[in-house]
Design a binder for this molecule. Structure first.
Ligand code: SF4
Ligand code: SF4
Length: 359
C-alpha cells in the first residue's frame, strides 16, 4: 500500500517546487495556507521539524486540489509530510488519543460485527459515525437493502481512517488489511458504504472489491416520498471526503428530490465544498477550528435545514445550525429539531447494533 513511503514526501515537495506557480488561488478559501503560505513556499522549507509539523494544521479536505489551475495536489503533499513527521517521531500522539481510542474501541471485539449470511456477496459497511448517532437509520437502510438483495450482510467495524489521516502508516495498514482479509475470506465482492470517509478510503486502498455508496444503490432503485417534505427547501452540505465523487453527490440530490424536497445549493458545494472542521483532527493543535469552519458553512444556509450524507459532518453542523442526516430522510425518521447525541449514548447505540438480532 505504501511501499514508496520514505521517498514520497521528497518526490511530492520537489514536484510542488517545480510546478506550483504561487498563483495564490488555493490560499483564498484556506486559513491554513493563508497562515503558512503557498504550497511551494511550504515545500521550500523542506524537512525542518516545524515545517513537517505544520501539516497537522491542514484538514486534508482537498479544496486546494479542487481549485488549483495546475491540477496539483497540495493535500497529498501535506499527508506525506504528516507521515514523515510520524516516521521521525516528531508527533506527540497523546494529543490525538481521543481519536485513536475511538478508532481502537470501535474496531474492538465488543463493537465489531460480521453478519454474513450464506451466499452473501454484498455487505453494508456503515462505518463508525452513523451507527453511533443514527443506529435506527443503519438498521432501516440494511432492511431496505435486504429487500433488494436478500443475501446481503452487515459489517460493523472501523476502516482505519483516523490512523490513515494521522500518517500512522503501519497502524492503518494493520487495521485495513485485517478487514480486507476477513471480507475476502468470506467471499465478499461488493461493499456498500454510507460514510463518505470510509468510501474514500475503501476506493483508494481496497483491491478486488467493488465499492458503492448505498445512496447510489437506493437512488437507482427506489422512489420515496414524505408528506412533510413536500415543498420544503433544504440546503445540501457535500462532505469534503466526497468532493471528487460526483456520482455520490448526484445520488444524494436525486434521493432528496424524489423524497419531495426542493434543494438549495450552498455557496460552496460539490467540488468546492468546505470541510466542517473535523477533517484531519486539526482541532487537536488548532483549537477553535471546528467552530470556525462549521459556522462558516452555517453562514451560507440562510435559514434552511441542512442535509448531509456524512455522520461526522451532521454531528458537527448540528451544533451550529439545524442539520439532518440523509439516512434519516430515507428511513422516514426525520426530526428537524434533533440534537447531537452524547458520546456515551453513541457507544450504547453501537453496542445495541452489535447485538441486535438479524436473520
Ligand atoms: S487540504 Fe484543505 S486545509 Fe489543507 S491546504 Fe488544502 S484547502 Fe487547506
Ligand atoms: S493553486 Fe496550485 S499553482 Fe496556485 S499556489 Fe496553489 S498549488 Fe500553487
Amino acid at each position: 500500500m505504501f511501499e514508496e513511503k520514505r521517498d514520497e514526501v521528497l518526490l511530492l515537495t520537489r514536484e510542488m517546487l517545480s510546478a506550483c506557480t504561487n498563483c495564490g488561488e488555493c490560499l483564498k478559501p484556506c486559513s491554513f495556507l493563508q497562515k503558512y503560505g503557498t504550497p511551494a513556499a511550504i515545500a521550500k522549507r523542506g524537512m525542518a521539524e516545524n515545517n513537517l509539523l505544520s501539516a497537522f494544521g491542514c484538514s486534508l479536505c482537498g479544496l486546494c486540489d479542487a481549485v488549483c489551475p495546475e491540477a496539483l495536489s497540495p493535500s497529498s503533499m501535506f499527508i506525506a509530510m504528516r507521515r514523515e513527521a510520524i516516521t521521525l517521531r516528531l508527533v506527540d500522539l497523546k494529543l490525538y488519543s481521543p481519536w485513536l481510542n475511538y478508532e481502537k474501541t470501535g474496531g474492538s471485539f465488543f463493537f465489531r460485527r460480521d453478519f454474513i449470511p450464506d451466499g452473501c456477496k454484498t455487505v453494508f459497511f456503515p462505518g463508525c459515525s452513523l451507527p453511533g448517532s443514527h443506529p435506527d437509520a443503519v438498521l432501516a437502510l440494511f432492511i431496505k437493502l435486504r429487500q433488494l438483495e436478500p443475501d446481503a450482510g452487515l459489517i460493523l467495524d472501523c476502516c482505519g481512517k483516523i490512523s490513515h489521516d494521522l500518517g500512522l502508516v503501519d497502524k492503518f495498514q494493520n487495521i485495513f488489511s485485517k478487514l480486507m482479509r476477513r471480507l475476502k475470506t468470506a467471499g465478499i465482492k461488493r461493499i456498500l458504504t454510507s460514510c463518505p470517509g470510509c468510501s474514500k478510503i475503501l476506493k483508494k486502498y481496497s483491491e478486488g472489491f467493488e465499492i458503492v455508496s448505498i445512496y447510489e444503490l437506493l437512488g437507482a432503485t427506489s422512489s420515496i416520498s414524505f408528506p412533510e417534505a413536500s415543498g420544503k427547501v433544504v440546503a445540501i452540505h457535500d462532505p469534503c471526503t466526497a468532493r471528487f465523487d460526483s456520482v455520490q453527490q448526484q445520488a444524494v440530490r436525486r434521493l432528496l428530490a424524489s423524497s419531495g424536497f426542493t434543494i438549495q445549493e450552498l455557496p460552496s458545494s460539490m467540488r468546492t465544498t468546505r470541510c466542517c472542521g473535523q477533517g484531519g483532527m486539526v482541532e487537536a493543535t488548532v483549537p477553535g477550528t471546528v467552530r470556525r469552519e462549521s459556522e462558516q458553512i452555517a453562514s451560507g444556509v440562510a435559514g434552511k435545514t441542512l442535509v448531509t450524507s456524512c455522520g461526522a459532518c451532521c454531528d458537527t453542523l448540528s451544533e451550529v445550525t439545524a442539520t439532518i442526516h440523509l439516512a434519516d430522510i430515507l428511513t422516514g425518521k426525520i426530526d428537524f429539531e434533533s440534537k447531537p447525541v452524547s458520546s456515551f449514548r453513541r457507544w450504547i447505540n453501537r453496542l445495541k447494533l452489535r447485538f441486535v438480532r438479524l436473520t
